[in-house]
Design a protein around this ligand. Structure first.
Ligand SMILES: *Cc1c(COP(=O)(O)O)cnc(C)c1O
Length: 355
C-alpha cells in the first residue's frame, strides 16, 4: 500500500477469486465455470464481429438488450447489461444501499457482497442461516434497508421457492430487494416474472455459469424501469463502454442457441445427482443443491485437508477458511469423466486417512 492511497480504502479487504492456475491436466472444480464450451453460434459471432473492435461498442447495448427482453418477456427499459454480474452488484450497492440502514444478507453467501458494502461504506447486516444452511425467509420480511440474496445461494446451493422470494419483495416495499440468480438455470425458480408486479425487485443474472461465457464478462439485470434508469445513471458516470462489442455479439448468439445451454444444464444436473449419491455413499454430508456445485463435508476428514490432498492429485475444489464453513468444500460439477476421477481420488484419500 502506498502512502497515497485514499484513507477510506485503507481498510478494504478485497474479494479473493478462486485460483486459475495454468497446470496441465488439472481437473478444475473450483470456480463454477461450465465444463462445456460456448456453442457454435457464439464462436461464429465472435469471428464475424472481430472487425467491430475498431469502433467503440454501442453504449446503449440496444441489440443485446432487445434479445434479452424478448427472451424474458420484458421491455427493453426493464433490462440492464454490464461487465459481468459483479459489475451490476457493485453499481446496485452504490445506487440502492444507504449508510444508515445498510444491506441485509445471509451470513454465508457470495463473498463479494460484504466487499461491495465495505467499498461503498454501508453496514453489512448478516443474518445467520439455519443449522441445515437454509435461509429462513421470515428473517427478511418487513425489514428496512436493501436486501441481497443469492438464489440459489452460494456456496450452499440451497434455494428459496418463488413464493418465499415474493413474500420478501412484497413486505419490503421501501427497499430494493436484489435476487442474484447466477445459478438459477440449474434447477431454481426464477423471480423474473415478479418484476411485472413490484417496483423494488432487481433480478441479477450472468452468462458466466450456465452459458459458458465466464471469460466474456457478461451479466444482466431485470427490474422495474426506474431501477434500471438508476443503474444506467451510474454506468454513464463511470464507464458507458463497459460491455465490449465481441461480448455483446457473443451474448446475442448465446441467447439464440438457448437449447444447447439447456441441454448442458440437464447434463450438469444429472451429474450433480449422481455425484451426490456417490458422495453420500462414501459418508459425506451433501447439502441439497440447485446449483452447478455441491457443498460437502465428511466427519472423518477436515475440509482443508481434503482440499489439499485433492490438489496434490491435480484436482482443484474450493475451500473457504471462514470459520463456520471450514469443514466444507465446494465442488463444481464438471464433465462426467472428471467427476468419476474426482470420486476415485476422494475414495483413495479417505482410505489413506483411516489407515
Ligand atoms: C459467479 C457469481 C457471480 C459473478 O458472476 P459474473 O457474472 O462472472 O461476475 C455473481 N453472483 C454469484 C452468487 C456468483 O456465484
Amino acid at each position: 500500500m502506498s502512502k497515497f492511497l485514499n484513507e477510506k480504502y485503507r481498510k478494504l479487504q478485497p474479494y479473493q477469486p478462486g485460483e486459475q492456475p495454468k497446470i496441465k491436466e488439472l481437473i478444475k472444480l473450483n470456480t463454477n465455470e461450465s465444463p462445456y464450451p460456448p456453442g457454435p453460434g457464439v464462436m461464429e459471432a465472435i469471428k464475424r464481429n472481430a472487425e467491430l473492435l475498431r469502433l467503440y461498442p454501442d453504449p446503449q447495448c440496444v441489440a443485446l438488450k432487445q434479445q434479452i427482453a424478448s427472451a424474458f418477456g420484458m421491455r427493453v427499459n426493464n433490462v440492464y447489461v454490464a461487465n459481468g454480474s459483479d459489475d451490476i452488484l457493485n453499481f446496485a450497492f452504490m445506487a440502492f444501499a444507504d449508510e444508515k440502514s445498510g444491506v441485509l444478507m445471509p451470513e454465508i453467501s457470495y463473498g463479494f457482497y460484504p466487499v461491495f458494502a465495505q467499498l461503498h461504506g454501508v453496514p453489512c447486516r448478516k443474518v445467520p442461516l439455519a443449522p441445515d444452511l437454509s435461509i429462513d425467509p421470515a428473517d427478511y420480511t418487513g425489514r428496512d434497508g436493501m436486501i441481497v440474496i443469492a438464489n440459489p445461494n452460494a456456496p450452499t446451493g440451497r434455494a428459496l421457492a418463488l413464493y418465499q422470494v415474493e413474500e420478501i419483495v412484497r413486505t419490503n416495499p421501501e427497499s430494493v430487494v436484489l435476487i442474484d440468480e447466477a445459478y438459477v438455470d440449474f434447477g431454481g425458480e426464477s423471480s423474473v416474472d415478479l418484476v411485472h408486479k413490484y417496483d423494488n425487485l432487481l433480478v441479477v443474472r450472468t452468462f458466466s455459469k450456465s452459458r459458458s461465457l465466464a471469460g466474456a464478462r457478461l451479466g444482466f439485470a431485470i427490474g422495474a424501469a426506474g431501477l434500471i434508469a438508476d443503474l444506467e445513471r451510474i454506468r454513464y458516470s463511470t464507464n458507458p463502454y463497459n460491455v465490449n462489442s465481441l461480448t455483446m455479439a457473443a451474448g446475442i448468439a448465446a441467447l439464440k442457441e438457448d437449447a444447447y445451454y439447456r441441454e448442458n444444464c440437464e447434463k450438469i444436473i444429472k451429474s450433480r445427482e449422481e455425484t451426490t449419491k456417490a458422495l453420500t455413499a462414501l459418508g459425506f454430508s451433501v447439502t441439497p443443491s440447485k446449483a452447478n456445485f455441491l457443498f460437502v463435508r465428511h466427519d472423518r476428514i477436515a475440509g482443508e485437508t481434503l482440499y489439499r490432498k485433492l490438489r496434490e492429485k491435480g484436482i482443484l475444489v474450493r475451500h473457504f477458511a471462514t470459520e463456520k464453513i471450514s469443514a466444507y468444500n465446494r465442488v463444481t460439477i464438471g464433465r462426467p469423466e472428471e467427476m468419476e476421477k474426482f470420486l476415485r481420488a476422494v475414495e483413495r484419500i479417505l482410505e489413506e486417512e483411516t489407515q
